[in-house]
Write a protein that binds this ligand. Structure first.
Ligand code: FES
Length: 167
């Protein structure tokens, strides 16, 4: 799971300067900032632009293009719910509807201190869908009850069967 450190401009500047020498430094810098702070603060745009000698618009364009670079810290529980074709065929949209109906959680717009839900498109776990990454752990064969429990902060128990079946 990402760090939840508070934004520290001095530390961010150190990271940026250290990585600025790399070829194609923009993405390594952004990943390093995200890993360090759990998000990419708006103030990083100017620091990166200056260090890489690009415009602020260009730096902002890259940051906003990749949805993994968060503009603010994620919730304490992060659920990345797959809503791609195979998981749809296995009922993920019904789970989304159930969450909304019975828990008042909006999978399309849930992002607060407690819980962030993000939509992703295929986690490579299609045969065991509906699938989600919960705090970085792959969970398959979700049902409404399990998903609601995970959204409530319930334990992410990942058991492997002998056949590599992830549940
Ligand atoms: S479609 Fe959901 S894991 Fe592939």
């Amino acid at each position: 799971m990402a760090s939840t450190a508070v934004w520290d401009e001095g530390k961010a500047r150190e990271i940026i300067v250290r990585l600025a020498k790399l070829d194609g430094a923009m993405l390594p810098i952004l990943h390093a900032l995200q890993d360090e702070f759990g998000f990419v603060h708006a103030g990083a745009t100017a620091l990166i632009a200056d260090a890489l000698n690009v415009s602020r618009a260009e730096a902002h364009g890259v940051i906003s293009f990749y949805h993994d670079f968060r503009p603010k810290p994620a919730g304490r529980r992060v659920v990345k719910l797959c809503r791609a074709e195979a998981c749809q065929a296995n009922g993920c949209e019904e789970l989304v509807a159930e969450l909304r109906r019975h828990r008042g959680l909006d999978a399309d717009n849930q992002d607060d201190e407690r819980l962030t839900i993000e939509t992703v498109y295929c986690l490579g776990n299609c045969a065991l869908g509906p699938s989600a990454l919960v705090d970085g752990e792959l969970v398959g064969r979700l049902d409404a009850e399990r998903l609601a429990d995970l959204c409530d902060g319930g334990p992410v128990q990942v058991a492997q069967t002998a056949a590599g079946d992830t549940r």
